[in-house]
Every structure is written in structure tokens, then in C-alpha cells.
Design a protein around this ligand. Structure first.
Ligand SMILES: Cc1ncc(COP(=O)(O)O)c(C=O)c1O
Length: 452
């Protein structure tokens, strides 16, 4: 292991330096890549070192470098070295986590790690939790479990045997995975009710109450409300305590989608913003976002383990039913069957840095978000979104965001996106790398001023 660690560390450190000094945005056409790939017709073996050098070159020149300190894009993080080691070890041992008996250590490591985070969220000790491929799978799991708990006949007889059509409540800011989930579960995309938002893009709870009442009056079956803690576009946190108490009073499932923002729960400075999440029925939180480990690593937490078991139960002759301890076999409690050791990257990374190291990493990025807002205001930009998390939307008179972003990319200044906030054209910058420094923020804002 020592040799692996030493060699891998020097490779990863060199790569990080090369990426930080190199371009962020690739200039390439599909034809160029396809033309290059023609050499691989798989008719003859090719030496692995030659192959790896070629793939590394493709990755380095033909990708947006999301681990670049000036990649201010979607929630794709820089990754900790420990998590890279973890993914390498997982590939080397290739453990199968479907059953406890096949991979006792891996199953217990995942459970141990998830129990720690579940506790931070304020969930009870008997909480069910599992790693998923990402937030979309965790959200899908939440919908399936909520439907199964509300309608025990859903699993066997299907939606068509319900007395009326179920409805799920989101805002337009909720992650679009819910549209696909409504499609995939058979609810149909029309089952999503898009509730209005206030001026800060937070779910309007009075509007939600009106919509639920109207749906009940019209014979629909309200099932679930999705509150987002850190929306994908603008990083907004819905009013979680109000949603929790509304759901309690209306007997609705409250799902908190904290895919990105959930990591803030471990920060003494930020966790108050997630108040109310402890009352959710289920939570989505991605390790492969703000916990800075490689894709794909989502997490699902649910305070109704019996509903999870009812949703994913499976019995075959060839898989064991019993486990020696209290942990169930994951093939019978999750949507996956064969199961990769997803959780090692979070375990190793957390254990190596310690909680305090993680808090520092998360708060550093939140502080850089504050610094970015401050530098932008000082140089005449207006901030147009409202969140304590490091996603910043900003604009100024006459801005053409698409053109501006194109110039930023062309000159390799930074990766940002062009957005529209209720008709106002703006730029979106999210701090997603723990390697981003104050100097990066200041230099990007300075460079942007020069472009005006
Ligand atoms: C709030 C939120 N929920 C869910 C998702 C989907 O997560 P994933 O891409 O890990 O499937 C995202 C992705 O950005 C997100 O921002």
C-alpha cells in the first residue's frame, strides 16, 4: 500500500498543478475526437502505458477541467487525495456489497459513515441510509418509498389501482430529476405540482397550502413535498421548518433535497441555515458534490426503515435473506442489485481529514462565496440571488451574459454560466473547489472588470 500511496500521490499532485496552470475550457469538435478514436478498432492489443498516456492526454485537453480552481460551474468538486485512493482500492478489491456476507467490512464501513452523517442531520438512530449513484437515484428512492408507505398496494398492484392520482409538490427551482422520476415511477410528469416562489425563489408555503387544498378538493392524492436545501441553479434554501410543519399537519411526506447544500450541516457557521431538515421524512445528500469525492456518490437517509424494506424487498433462491447482525442485505433495501463500494471514498476522506478538516474545507468555500459577492459589489456588479451558500448570481446594466461567458472561456479566465433570473440576464459562479483561493477570486473579478 505504501508504494501505491507514494506513486499515486506524486501523480495526482503533478496533475493538480498541471490542471491549475492549464486551460479550463477545451476547444474541440466531436469530429476531432471521433477521428482520433478511429485508431482503436480493437483488432490488435495495445500496450497499457501507451493507452493510458493517450487517454490522459484526451482527458487533459478535451474536457472542461472541473477540478480547476477557477472552475466556478455546477456542483462538480475538486476531489480529495484520500478519495482517489479509495476509488483505486475499490477497483482493486472489487467488493460486491449486495449482501452483507460477501462484503462484511465494506457494508459496515458504509453504515458507520452514513450513521455519522445521519446523526449530524438530527435523524434518529434507527434511520435507514444507503449510498446511491447520485442525487437523482436518492430522489427516486425517496419517491418510491413515499408512495409505498402511503399506498401499500402501489408495489404489487401498481398506480392504476389507486383511487385517485397522486401529486408531488416542488418549485420550478427543484432539481429536474423529479420530472424524470415522475415519468419513471409511472406517476407521470403531470403529477408534479410546481408551487410558486417568493422574491428570493423560496417555496411559497401559503401557495403550497392553496395548491394542496385545491388538489384534495379535485380528488387528487397529495403525497410528497420536496424542499430543496441549496437549489441547483441559485443555491436557494426553501423554508424547511415551515415545510416540515405543513407536511406534518397535512400528513404529507417531506423530502429534503440537500444534494449539494447538505454538507453545510457539519459546519457550525452554516448549519443553522438547514434548520428544519431534522424533521424531514427523507434526505438526499451527495458526497460527490460539496464533500469533494469523485462521482458517483449520493446518499439517501430515511426515518422509515420499514417503508424502505417494503419498497425494495426481494427474495430469490440464490441470494441469502438473513444477515448475522442488524444490517440488512442492500440488494433488498435499495434500487441497486450488484453494488459497488461507493462509501469508501467518503469514509477514507473524512477519516483522513477529520471532521475539523472537513469543516474548514466547507467554510473556506462559503467564505470565498462571500468574498466574491463583496468584490463584485465593489466593482459595480449587482448580486441578484440570495443564499448563504457559495453560489453567486450577478449582473450589471447592458450585460449580455452569453457573450460575456464566451469571452471568459475564450481567455481561460474562469468557467461560469449564463443564466436568467425572472427575465434578468445574469452570470452564475459557484465555488466548488477547495483549491480555489482568495487570489483566484480577486484576479477573476479584476479580469472581468477589464472586459467591460
Ligand atoms: C439539488 C439537486 N438535487 C439533485 C441533483 C441530482 O444529483 P446527481 O447529479 O448527483 O444525480 C442535483 C444535481 O446537481 C441537485 O443540484
Amino acid at each position: 500500500m505504501q508504494a501505491l500511496l507514494e506513486n499515486l500521490r506524486s501523480v495526482v499532485e503533478d496533475l493538480n498543478c498541471e490542471i491549475a496552470d492549464g486551460p479550463i475550457f477545451p476547444k474541440v469538435t466531436p469530429e476531432e475526437i471521433r477521428e482520433h478514436l478511429h485508431r482503436y478498432d480493437f483488432s490488435q492489443p495495445v500496450a497499457l502505458d501507451e493507452l493510458c498516456s493517450d487517454v490522459a492526454r484526451m482527458m487533459q485537453t478535451w474536457h472542461v477541467q472541473v477540478t480547476h480552481p477557477r472552475y466556478f460551474g455546477l456542483f462538480n468538486p475538486s476531489v480529495t487525495f484520500a478519495s482517489v485512493v479509495a476509488d483505486t482500492m475499490v477497483a482493486m478489491y472489487n467488493p460486491q456489497l449486495a449482501t452483507w456476507r460477501t462484503s462484511p467490512a465494506a457494508n459496515e464501513i458504509e453504515h458507520h459513515t452514513l450513521a455519522w452523517l445521519g446523526c449530524k442531520f438530527g435523524f434518529p438512530h434507527n434511520t435507514f441510509s444507503s449510498f446511491t449513484t447520485g442525487g437523482a437515484e436518492a430522489n427516486l428512492t425517496a419517491v418510491i418509498v413515499a408512495l409505498t408507505r402511503k399506498f401499500p398496494e402501489y408495489g404489487e398492484a401498481g398506480l392504476r389501482h389507486l383511487d385517485a392520482t397522486p401529486a408531488i409538490y416542488v418549485t420550478a427551482e427543484a432539481n429536474h430529476s423529479f420530472n424524470k422520476i415522475a415519468h419513471m415511477t409511472g406517476l407521470g410528469r403531470q403529477a408534479l405540482r410546481v408551487v410558486g416562489t417568493d422574491s428570493d425563489l423560496r417555496m411559497d408555503v401559503a401557495g403550497l397550502a392553496r395548491q394542496v387544498a385545491e388538489d384534495r378538493k379535485n380528488g387528487f392524492l397529495p403525497v410528497m413535498v420536496v424542499g430543496t436545501a441549496g437549489t441547483t441553479a441559485a443555491g436557494v434554501i426553501d423554508p424547511l421548518p415551515d415545510l416540515a410543519s405543513f407536511c406534518r399537519s397535512e400528513n404529507l411526506w417531506f423530502h429534503a433535497d440537500a444534494a449539494w447544500g447538505g454538507a453545510a450541516i457539519i459546519s457550525p457557521r452554516l448549519k443553522a441555515h438547514l434548520r428544519g431538515i431534522e424533521d424531514a421524512d427523507s434526505i438526499t445528500c451527495d458526497a460527490h458534490k460539496w464533500f469533494s469525492v469523485p462521482m458517483g456518490a449520493g446518499m439517501f437517509f430515511c426515518r422509515h426503515p420499514e417503508a424502505v424494506a417494503a419498497s425494495f424487498h426481494a427474495e430469490t433462491e440464490y441470494m441469502p435473506l438473513e444477515t448475522p447482525g442488524s444490517l440488512p442485505n442492500q440488494y433488498a433495501t435499495t434500487a441497486q442489485w450488484s453494488r459497488r463500494f461507493i462509501g469508501l471514498k467518503l469514509f477514507l476522506s473524512l477519516a483522513e481529514r477529520g471532521e475539523s478538516g472537513y469543516v474548514e474545507m466547507i467554510e473556506h468555500q462559503a467564505q470565498l462565496g462571500d468574498l466574491l459577492r463583496e468584490c463584485l459589489r465593489r466593482t459595480g456588479w449587482r448580486i441578484v440571488n440570495s443564499t448563504p451558500l457559495p453560489v453567486v448570481w450577478f449582473t450589471r446594466d447592458g450585460l449580455d451574459p452569453a457573450k460575456f461567458v464566451a469571452v471568459l472561456q475564450e481567455r481561460q479566465i474562469a468557467w461560469m454560466s449564463a443564466v436568467q433570473l425572472r427575465g434578468t440576464p445574469a452570470l452564475r459562479a459557484c465555488i466548488t473547489s477547495f483549491r480555489t483561493t482568495e487570489a483566484d477570486i480577486e484576479s477573476v473579478v479584476r479580469e472581468m472588470s477589464r472586459l467591460l
